[in-house]
Design a protein around this ligand. Structure first.
Ligand SMILES: Cc1cc2nc3c(=O)[nH]c(=O)nc-3n(C[C@H](O)[C@H](O)[C@H](O)COP(=O)(O)OP(=O)(O)OC[C@H]3O[C@@H](n4cnc5c(N)ncnc54)[C@H](O)[C@@H]3O)c2cc1C
Ligand code: SF4
Length: 410
């Protein structure tokens, strides 16, 4: 165990800071923050409850709208969602909605509230393939509505990228286990170490269940052609998985070059610095003003002395030396490192799942359903554009409507 890696970088609010932050809310009518939350978590309503010291009511608002409220509180890029809409920004700075939500869901856990309840059972059976945030939130909503749910996961533990991608200093296994246990307690029947398409076929699932939901995410890191089969190269998602599975107990290289500048890149950069790498340099295609990483993650990387070089594309590689050129300016750059990590995006792995993927790497169905079959697709791999945790919750909520409609019409 590496205690530095496991320690949360953000300690959250005390009761005093919670009350102070909630008192800054302007109590807007028709609040824009609520409209900007993809999952409809309704911050305006739960902040109002916090102001009136009704933490129980606040917890109920969060849970009724978002089955993964405690996780979203920690990992949502809030500046792109709820806080983007906050009118308080026009006066000083937006309300820290994530930390208010975190305090309230911590209160829910400490007081052992059970807000989501198992619904009256009906005889419809649903299989969910994949246990990331989209699969987990859909499972919670279906169980609440009385469906029988079986979840299939190829890894040994549930959670998808919540378990094996997002670093422990941002999302601890304790919080994740708590969220998952609440869903298991609703009656989830889960099967780990089971790969659909290999251990069980899609045909078997489609025949046995009323509905099959594919929630397999983008589970592979992309590798640019020039880096293929290079022994110095590893993808960021593979590296992050190794770090998280070992609670940060891994030996890291001293000088690391990371290529890419999104959230995954910032996660691997900060993780490596926390774990003891001396020099970590991220070379990024985008220039600083167009950076994709969330503000919080970029700040974390900077606080940990990660060097960021923006605006460069790799042109060639020889062993552990990479040449770059600037996108706009006549500059070249050559970097040599002990390790090269690629954080240039993720892609799907849908072998034997009978799925047709379009050129945008998504399944183009607005109702999440594949043709007229009993197969639905949610999460990162679906039509949903928000490739985030709260975006996954959104896709699950929307798909629930169409699944019920499909079953009702059957
Ligand atoms: C390093 C990293 C950091 C991130 N940080 C953030 C963040 O801070 N905030 C945020 O909002 N989003 C973040 N994201 C994005 C977010 O994690 C994803 O958008 C989200 O996890 C997608 O959820 P999902 O349910 O579609 O799939 P996933 O989380 O990818 O889960 C899919 C699951 O399906 C399983 N599976 C795949 N194929 C099969 C099969 N054939 N049979 C059985 N099981 C299968 C996989 O093992 C996996 O467990 C991050 C992503 C990464 C990689
Ligand atoms: S779920 Fe995320 S985006 Fe929605 S209100 Fe909470 S922190 Fe904001």
């Amino acid at each position: 165990m590496n205690s530095k890696y496991l320690k949360s970088l953000d300690e959250g609010f005390s009761y005093q800071t919670l009350k102070l932050e909630a008192s800054r809310c302007l109590l807007c009518h028709d609040a824009p923050c609520s409209k900007e939350c993809p999952a409809g978590t309704d911050p305006a309503k739960f902040i109002r409850s916090v102001r009136f010291d009704n933490l129980k009511g606040a917890a109920e608002t969060i849970r009724e709208n978002n089955p993964l409220g405690a996780i979203c509180a920690r990992v949502c890029p809030t500046e792109k969602y709820c806080q983007k809409g906050c009118l308080r920004s026009g006066i000083d700075k937006p309300i820290d909605i994530g930390n208010i939500q975190r305090y309230v869901t911590d209160f829910e856990q400490k007081t052992n509230m059970k807000i989501l309840k198992k619904g009256v059972e009906n005889n419809k059976r649903i299989a969910i393939v994949g246990s990331g945030p989209s699969g987990l939130s859909l499972a919670a909503l279906l169980l609440r509505d009385g469906y029988k749910v079986d979840m299939y996961e190829k890894e040994s533990k549930l959670g998808g990228y919540l378990r094996c991608g997002i670093p422990a200093y941002r999302l601890s296994n304790e919080v994740l286990d708590y969220e998952i246990q609440r869903i298991i307690d609703l009656g989830l029947n889960y099967h780990t170490n089971t790969t659909i398409g290999k251990d069980i076929t899609m045909y078997e699932l489609k025949t046995y269940f009323d509905v099959v939901v594919i929630a397999v995410g983008y589970s592979k890191g992309k590798i640019l052609e020039m880096f293929k089969d290079n022994p110095y190269v590893e993808t960021a998602v593979d590296y992050l998985k190794r770090i998280k599975e070992n609670d940060g107990n891994v030996l890291v290289d001293d000088n690391v070059l990371v290529i890419g500048g999104g959230d995954v890149s910032m996660d691997i950069c900060t993780s490596l610095k926390i774990l003891g790498s001396t020099n970590v340099t991220a070379v990024v295609y985008e220039e600083l003003f167009e950076f994709k990483a969330s503000k919080k993650e970029l700040e974390d990387a900077r606080k940990h002395d990660v060097t960021i070089i923006d605006g460069y594309v790799p042109t060639s590689v020889h062993n552990n030396t990479v040449n770059f050129k600037h996108r706009r300016l006549p500059y070249d750059l050559t970097m040599t490192a002990d390790k090269i990590i690629l954080a240039v995006g993720q892609t799907y792995d849908v072998e034997n799942l009978d799925l047709k993927i379009d050129k945008n790497e998504a399944i183009t169905k607005t109702n999440y359903q594949i043709d007229d079959s009993n197969v639905f697709v949610i999460g990162d791999i679906s039509i949903n554009k928000e490739k985030t945790v709260v975006g996954s919750v959104k896709s699950a909520k929307e798909a629930l409507y169409y699944i019920k409609q499909y079953l009702g019409g059957k």
